[in-house]
Design a binder for this molecule. Structure first.
Ligand code: HEM
Length: 471
């Protein structure tokens, strides 16, 4: 093909694209765009998007522009939802049009994550995957995982005792191992287990999307999806399988005369998405916990007094105790709120043109629930919302920090499972250890946003030494 043909095709494509974007974005008479930073000619707000600590800029825009903030750029319009009321109105009440996902060629085609429910378009396939997922992670059945969660919590305690300086590795290991056992019945005995390594490296590299070698990563993702299922099926054939999501799904389909033709896909995709979503998020919260206990010894002391009273010496906190451990629960909720590990959530996409409070929002707009800002709202959490203060949740009128788990129909379906894993870990760690600075280190006194790395999932900055555990 001659160069000129390529050039003509490219130019024609570009012209078509600009016209269609302009067409989709033109504002109907009587309506206006939501406010937002002024754009530049042709490129709109393209240069305004922050490259790091995105939530800080998004929070500043929320303060400057109010409940809705809008960016327009070639190929995309972005809406930030900055008020609790509008988040409920759009994501819950208008959930049928605000629940799609942005289709990223890099993530879908190159990295081969198109199967994963978190990226799937809102529609039949997503609905079916979510229904099967719910079968194994709904509020009633998660009690079945108590034993696994206790087992890995005990492993955490043992490892923290042996090498407190490696607490980051221990935390990732226990969440990785427990989701592998729940999903596939596999029991990884250490952080060097091939399945732990495979998931860790895959997830880490997927978050660095766009780097050279992404094709290779695609193969790695497929391996991560297939390999543990093969092991689970083999164990079932040999009669030594533990109950798991895989074995449960196989049973469901065996007993279903109307099972779908593509049922084998769900046997891979349902545990697969649990495996890629559970670890970074849960580990992020627990790592923040260690950090916040260092910064707030008074909180640690109050929690330990509660544990002494409810659990007492010589025993470890159990799931039965959790109902009475009000302050431990309050710490957990404050971690979700103040240390939001997914601070800008996962954006939704609007399916059709919409009008909100007289503002025109075009079809295809990428819509962010601005979780960081919403979770620090002074009208919902009090004038000290910028401070870490678990006691606010002892007042039952304080709203649960649900936005930490996202919005509407796409809100996190692993919420109840992760609550249990993290709560039981927090209670046990605080019952056995004092979390102290490493010898020779002062307690870190850092401004709030410096506690975090940049990225979609936040965990405290790895370069700062955080603490020693004193038995
Ligand atoms: C504290 C821990 C966790 C936090 C803070 C968290 C947060 C989130 C957030 C913000 C979203 C995006 C929701 C949206 O689009 O509006 C999400 C989605 C999701 N999470 Fe979690 N998550 C956590 C743990 C887990 C666990 C343990 C699992 C699995 C067992 C899980 C499975 C999922 C799945 C499958 C989705 C995709 C839902 C969809 O697109 O329909 N999450 N999570």
């Amino acid at each position: 093909m001659a160069f000129s043909t390529v050039a003509y095709t490219g130019l024609a494509g570009l012209a078509l694209y600009v016209v269609s974007h302009w067409w989709n974005n033109r504002i109907p008479r009587g309506l206006k765009r939501p406010p937002g930073p002024p754009g530049r000619l042709l490129i709109g707000n393209l240069l305004d998007l922050p490259k790091s600590k995105e939530w800080v800029t998004f929070d500043r825009w929320a303060k400057e522009y109010g409940d809705l903030c809008y960016l327009n750029m070639p190929g995309a319009s972005i809406l930030f939802v900055n008020s609790h009321e509008l988040a409920k109105e759009l994501f819950d009440k208008r959930g049928n049009i605000y629940s799609n996902r942005y289709q990223s060629t890099v993530l879908n085609d190159l990295i081969k994550l198109d199967w994963s429910m978190i990226l799937t378009q809102y529609g039949e396939r997503w609905r079916r995957t979510r229904t099967y997922f719910h079968q194994f992670f709904n509020q009633t059945v998660i009690e079945n995982y108590y034993d696994i969660q206790i087992k890995y919590t005990k492993m955490l305690l043992k490892r923290l005792h042996q090498s407190p300086e490696d607490y980051r590795t221990h935390v990732r290991y226990i969440f990785g191992a427990s989701i592998l056992e729940v999903s596939y019945g596999i029991q990884p005995m250490s952080e060097t287990d091939p399945f732990i390594v495979l998931s860790d490296t895959t997830i880490q590299r997927a978050t660095e999307a766009g780097i050279p070698g992404t094709y290779l990563l695609g193969e790695q993702v497929i391996e991560m999806l297939n390999k543990p299922v093969e092991v689970a099926k083999n164990n079932m054939r040999n009669g030594d399988a533990r109950p798991s999501v895989v074995s449960g799904l196989i049973e469901t389909f065996e007993n279903d005369s109307n099972r779908p033709d593509d049922y084998e896909d769900f046997i891979k995709h349902v545990p697969g998405v649990a495996y890629i979503t559970a670890v970074d998020t849960s580990a992020g919260v627990l790592l923040h916990f260690f950090h916040m206990m260092l910064l707030h010894p008074e909180v640690q002391k109050q929690a330990q007094e509660e544990l002494d009273e409810v659990v007492g010496p010589g025993a470890l906190p159990s799931f039965k105790d959790l109902g009475k451990l009000k302050y431990i629960k309050a710490i957990f909720q404050e971690l979700l709120r103040y240390n939001a590990v997914v601070p800008i959530a996962v954006p939704h996409v609007l399916n059709v043109n919409d009008v909100v409070n007289g503002y025109f929002i075009p079809k295809g707009t990428i819509v962010f629930g601005n979780s960081w800002t919403l979770l620090r709202s002074k009208s919902f959490y009090g004038l000290d919302a910028d401070k870490f203060n678990p006691a606010r949740f002892l007042d039952e009128r304080t709203p649960y920090p649900d936005f930490a788990f996202g919005y509407g129909r796409r809100a996190c379906p692993g919420k109840h499972f992760s609550e249990n894993s993290i709560l039981i870990a927090i209670a046990n760690v605080l019952h056995l250890f004092h979390i102290l600075p490493f010898e020779g280190e002062n307690e870190p006194e850092l401004p709030a946003e410096d506690h975090f790395d940049s990225g979609t999932i936040l965990s405290p900055d790895a370069t700062k030494t955080l603490g020693e555990l004193d038995h």
